[in-house]
Design a protein around this ligand. Structure first.
Ligand SMILES: *Cc1c(COP(=O)(O)O)cnc(C)c1O
Length: 371
């Protein structure tokens, strides 16, 4: 058997007949930039997230960047975030000239540990950027309470978390901004790069719409310096169609996660303390990734590869130890939970089309490794 980490062809086949006509419509219209599908897609995503406004942008990375630019965050400013995330989180902070200030993660959720945030806040801090890693919300009640107390903006990195929810609120509807990615491997992926920024604040939304067009309003008049952060009409058309299937796909991922939990238990791997399955601490985890903690992780990866089971480490080097951030002056040991997670975690296939037999094969293969 061969179990890929993700099978986008299996996702596409049943929706091909819905997608092809909308792509053809865009091509026939030749309206590739700011076509009507962009505004329609923004309305759909805003409604889905339960937020007042959504502004389509060129990627999840640019969603983070434009949110920071929209707040005027730059040199001399600090933004508190997690080192255990995809590079774009801290990369966007550095790109506006601000300093990413890292705070270690909670080892159970892998999200920023709210009990450590306040100690990292200084008079230069402008924002907190929590990441809803793997599809589960960070502890937003505590993050937002600190932000309110200290007068900080909360920018949610919700790239992995569209549709995740807690206490009746969805990712992207809790902080001042929510930043989403439509990179193909995200739960709602387009056919290339794309992203969206959500906000409940009409003034922030209006400014975002100007910032993504070089800060231009009206035409050729620039009161602000923005960039080309536009969302392609073609991608908007694709996202609109795929959004209609998102809840069914999410339920598939959640079902697969629950199934893994049962299979690992039946295999004795939980009781023997060999596999630690993800902790569900919020109302709706959307499982962009299903990440376990295991001993002898790197040897297990070799074993899984030989057995043709796809797996991946998200992420092997925490950001404070990346060479490009040497200027921040960190060393190994500064954020021990992030470093431990980077050494022990492994993502297993959890995509919605994963079959019973495939999931059983993954668990059997892991049991075979530990004997
Ligand atoms: C994917 C991702 C991004 C960046 O999104 P792109 O669309 O690839 O630019 C940012 N943050 C996190 C946590 C991500 O997973």
């Amino acid at each position: 058997m061969n179990v890929p980490l993700l099978d986008l062809k299996a996702q596409y086949a049943p929706i091909r007949d819905e997608i092809e006509p909308v792509i053809r419509d865009v091509i026939e219209s030749q309206y590739f930039i700011n076509g009507p599908q962009v505004a329609a897609c923004e309305r759909d995503v805003a409604a889905y997230c339960g937020v007042a406004h959504a502004v389509g942008v060129s990627s999840g990375t640019d969603a983070l960047l434009i949110a920071l630019m929209n707040e005027g965050i730059g040199p001399g400013d600090e933004v508190v975030t997690t080192p255990y995330t995809f590079f774009a989180t801290a990369g966007s902070i550095a790109r506006v000239g601000a300093r990413p200030v890292f705070v270690d993660i909670d080892p159970v959720t892998f999200n920023i540990d709210p009990s450590r945030i306040e100690a990292a806040v200084t008079p230069r801090t402008k924002a907190i950027m929590p990441v809803h890693l793997y599809g589960q919300l960070a502890d937003m009640d505590r993050v937002c309470a600190i932000a309110a107390r200290r007068g900080l903006v909360v920018i949610e990195d919700a790239a992995q978390a569209i549709g995740s929810a807690h206490g009746g609120r969805r990712a992207g509807a809790i902080g001042a901004y929510g930043c989403f990615s439509f990179f193909p491997s995200k739960n709602l992926g387009c056919f290339g790069d794309g992203g969206m920024v959500t906000t409940n604040d009409p003034a922030r939304a209006g400014k975002l719409a100007v910032m993504r067009m070089h800060g231009m309003s009206p035409k050729y008049i620039h009161k602000l310096i923005g960039g080309n952060f536009r969302f392609d009409t073609l991608q908007a058309a694709v996202v609109q169609v795929k959004l209609r299937h998102l809840d069914a796909w999410t339920e598939g991922r959640r079902r697969n996660a629950a199934r893994y939990g049962r299979l690992f238990r039946e295999a004795g791997l939980l009781d023997r303390g060999l596999v630690r399955t993800p902790a569900i601490t919020t109302d709706r985890h959307i499982f962009n990734q299903y990440v376990v903690r295991v001993p002898r992780r790197d040897a297990l990866i070799e074993h899984l590869k030989k057995a043709q089971v796809g797996c991946e480490v998200y992420y092997p080097v925490p950001l404070h130890l990346q060479e490009c951030f040497a200027c921040l002056g960190h060393k190994a040991g500064d954020f021990p939970e992030s470093e431990r997670a980077a050494a022990e975690t492994l993502a297993l296939p959890v995509y919605p089309e994963l079959t019973d037999d495939q999931a059983a094969y993954v668990v059997d293969t892991i049991r075979g490794f530990y004997g």
